[in-house]
Design a protein. Structure first.
Length: 257
């Protein structure tokens, strides 16, 4: 587990705490992503998924430049509770891997194995677009709308433009997750509603997935408010739209039965 000095929260989350938060917020299931600061350690999240298979599943970490990574990826494909891989390319330690050759083996391997990939590379979305084009059978999910600090508040429209360039690739979906983290306004973060509408309209409700990024979002609102921002405040989403955005779409894409 992460120590307080390395975690988003002062006390690391455990399965029981998260389930209580989910119940209070009206969330049935959650996809767990191990913190990147722990390397490719997936054991704690997998343990939670095995203990509570109706509540949790995992998008696991993989150390791309490890000699054992290709064999580890094959193992992850068949691990109980594992739905796919989550990669990040936005910190000094992982940003270079997208362009220095360390990740080159991964994209065709994941495509061949049918392993879905969530990726957070807000500064490198054109490179992700090229990967999507080159590997049309690879399932790619852009995390957090492709946003970063520089696409907050009045820059959110530019952030929407940036990620919408990937909507033309049918193998690319987007997580409209962590959205409160990109606004300095109070709940319901109205300055993000138009960018959210544009992103969801551009990808379609079957390829746009709500998510909380709960360990970060609590600095901006409650977990329940991260839900109600969508189901109560986004008036452009119909009941049918919400069914897809709030869970059905990602469940079907990741084959979480």
């Amino acid at each position: 587990m992460l120590g307080p000095e390395r975690a988003h929260l002062p006390v690391p989350l455990d399965a029981g705490t998260v389930i209580a938060m989910m119940d209070e917020a009206g969330v049935d299931r959650a996809i767990l992503v191990p913190p990147s600061l722990e390397g490719d350690r997936n054991d704690l999240c997998l343990e939670a998924a095995r203990d509570y298979p109706r509540r949790f599943a995992v998008m696991g970490r993989l150390q791309l430049d490890s000699p054992k990574a290709p064999e580890r990826l094959k193992k992850m494909k068949n691990e109980r509770g594992m739905l796919g891989v989550r990669l990040t390319f936005h910190r000094d330690n992982d940003r270079p891997m997208l362009s220095n050759g360390a990740a080159d083996w991964f994209w065709p391997a994941a495509e061949a194995l049918g392993v879905p990939v969530m990726v957070h590379a807000p500064e490198r979305l054109p490179q992700i677009a090229e990967i999507a084009r080159a590997h049309p059978k690879l399932t790619l999910i852009i995390d957090h709308m492709g946003f970063a600090r520089e696409t907050s508040d009045d820059k959110a429209g530019a952030g929407a433009d940036r990620v919408l360039a990937l909507a033309k690739y049918p193998n690319v979906s987007v997580k409209v997750s962590a959205s409160p983290c990109y606004s300095s306004e109070p709940y319901p973060f109205r300055n993000l509603h138009d960018p959210l509408k544009r992103i969801i309209d551009g990808f379609g409700v079957r390829r746009a997935f709500w998510g909380s990024d709960v360990s970060r979002v609590l600095a901006h609102c409650t977990y329940r408010q991260a839900v109600t921002m969508f189901i109560e405040e986004l008036d452009f989403l119909s009941k049918s739209d919400l069914e897809w955005v709030m869970g059905r779409g990602i469940l079907e894409l990741l084959h979480w039965e």
